[in-house]
Design a protein around this ligand. Structure first.
Ligand code: UN1
Length: 516
């Protein structure tokens, strides 16, 4: 899958934890690793140290996508008939391989997108969890049997494979999110072409390598690297991709929805978030602070589920802010494969610029910059896209920093007078992905479940940390109503077919013969 073209020494970052080879990576199309027909490539660099070139990947064309789709379309004809439990055996082997390779894949992931190694281990673990679930689900895939309204007639539903899935995946969970899509897609009998984000192509090649080594037929899975405008668009517009699953921004999601809607495709979209953690007066302060540090600055704030707003009730506000700043000071920035690092860089220069521009916006809007606010510099940081974890206080609900998704380590604190106002502020956003409430009052917990307009609500836990066997996704502009993870993903990746057997020996007319 990769050809080493050049050896080089990387002197920086203590030289300890760095790979020193530059490789040429390829697409996987029609059962073979291959370059793009364009011959063009793009670079994959370490965002913690941009002098560290990880490798080059193919900048693919519409022609490459068309070849890939044609190939997996052909494979679908027989893959759909392979018994699901047989697929389950392959998933069993895949889980074993992923467990063996967890450390290597985590290292590669940290190197290409920056989150610390303990987080990338979690990312690979999320893949393992998703695969473990598929092993079980491959022997379930339940339909329903229900009584018929007519005598001597049998009614049941079965799950029916759909066809080719075009999968477009982001860089913040470079393996976990691709696994949420690829694993149930294959388990349900579909085949796929995946286009990974250009920031994290290696992690998806690693996933594909694991699939192949686990014995999945090479014909059923293809990866095509390149830009969203060429490769991504073609996957959406291709007449033979019956399914499109996309994780990314709401702006791109709207475009995909338009095209896919017109073509009547089955589309799943997991888009932006502006998640809030509510801290009520009776909250356990220490826990609420820990959760807001993890939720706000884990993954450098680059999660759809990141805590970008903390809504704090008046009585605990000042204590919370002071403790939150103190706890945030303890974060250690650096290259995530180095020991002791707890926060990596922004994953790209573009993301860093967005983060910094929102900090300027926050200041201009009149919020108080309580901590951070600058590009982070110093030993081990100067070649990377590092930014200080940033806290704004005195944020008002109509400010842009309280409304727009930033996707960086910039947290807005909003003070409210009571629980009712907290819920009102929490819902005052176009998004509806994740939410959290810190309280000891069980009644308030249930009110939160009833009234918060989000796909995920946590009580006394951070807004991040969804588990792979639970449905994941959001309301409002966060998506189009589908969920990833757990059983709901299996519903998305298969059609429901209603099957009837009439064993009465006569032609019975439903709704008519039984109501004379
Ligand atoms: C995302 O940010 O798109 O719940 C996914 C979480 C992770 C997944 C996040 N398990 O934060």
């Amino acid at each position: 899958m990769a050809i080493t073209t050049e050896a080089r020494i990387n002197p920086s970052m203590n030289g300890k934890t760095k790979e020193t080879r530059v490789k040429t990576y390829q697409n996987f199309i029609a059962g073979k690793w291959c370059d793009s027909e364009s011959g063009e490539t793009f670079e994959n660099r370490n965002p913690a140290d941009t002098t560290d070139l990880i490798g080059t990947f193919p900048l693919s064309t519409v022609g490459d996508v068309d070849r890939a789709v044609a190939s997996v379309k052909k494979a679908f004809e027989w893959w759909r008939k392979v018994p699901a439990p047989e697929k389950g055996h392959m998933f069993f082997k895949l889980a074993e391989l992923l467990r063996e390779r967890k450390e290597r894949y985590s290292f590669d992931m940290t190197r290409e997108m920056g989150k610390p190694i303990f987080e990338t281990r979690g990312d690979v673990q999320e893949v393992i969890d998703t695969v473990d679930y598929a092993i079980g689900e491959s022997r379930r895939m339940f339909g329903h049997t229900v009584p018929s309204e007519l005598p001597n007639k049998f009614n049941m539903t079965i799950r029916f494979p759909i066809g080719v899935a075009g999968l477009i995946t982001p860089w913040n969970f470079p393996m976990a999110i691709p696994s949420w899509k690829t694993v149930p897609a294959l388990a349900c009998g579909n085949t796929f072409v995946i286009k990974p984000a250009q920031i994290t192509p290696l992690s998806v090649n690693n996933l594909i390598e694991a699939f192949l080594d686990a014995g999945f037929p090479p014909e059923v899975l293809n990866v095509v690297h390149g830009s969203g405008s060429k490769v991504g668009n073609r996957l959406v517009e291709h007449p033979d991709t019956a399914i499109v699953s996309f994780t990314g921004s709401s702006a791109v999601g709207r475009q995909i929805g338009e095209v896919g809607g017109r073509m009547l495709k089955r589309i799943s979209m997991e888009l932006g978030g502006k998640n809030a953690q509510i801290v009520l007066n009776d909250a356990d302060l220490e826990m609420a602070v820990d959760a807001a540090v993890w939720g706000g600055f884990g993954t450098t704030g680059q999660r759809c589920t990141a805590t970008s707003r903390v809504i704090v009730e008046e009585g605990i506000h000042d204590k919370f802010v002071a403790a939150y700043i103190e706890a945030t000071k303890k974060l250690k920035l650096g290259y995530g494969n180095d020991k002791g690092v707890t926060m990596g860089p922004a994953s790209s220069e573009a993301q860093l610029k967005t983060d910094l521009s929102y900090i300027e916006i926050g200041k201009k809007e009149g919020a108080t910059l309580a901590y951070g606010g600058k590009r982070a510099i110093g030993p081990g940081l100067d070649n990377g896209y590092f930014i200080e974890p940033t806290i704004f206080t005195g944020v008002k609900r109509d400010m842009r920093i309280a409304r727009e998704e930033i996707f960086g380590p910039v947290v807005s604190i909003l003070k409210v007078k009571d629980f009712k106002e907290a819920i009102d502020v929490c819902n005052d956003t176009e998004y509806g992905l994740s939410s959290a409430v810190f309280t000891k009052d069980i009644n308030k917990a249930y009110v939160a479940f009833r009234d918060i307009e989000c796909g995920l609500t946590y009580i006394n836990a951070s807004t991040i940390g969804a588990e792979a066997h639970m449905p994941f996704g959001g309301m409002k502009a966060t998506g189009n109503g589908h969920r990833e993870g757990g059983w709901e993903a299996y519903e998305f990746y298969s059609e429901t077919k209603a099957c009837y057997v009439d064993y009465s020996g006569t032609v019975q007319r439903a709704q008519i013969d039984n109501y004379v």
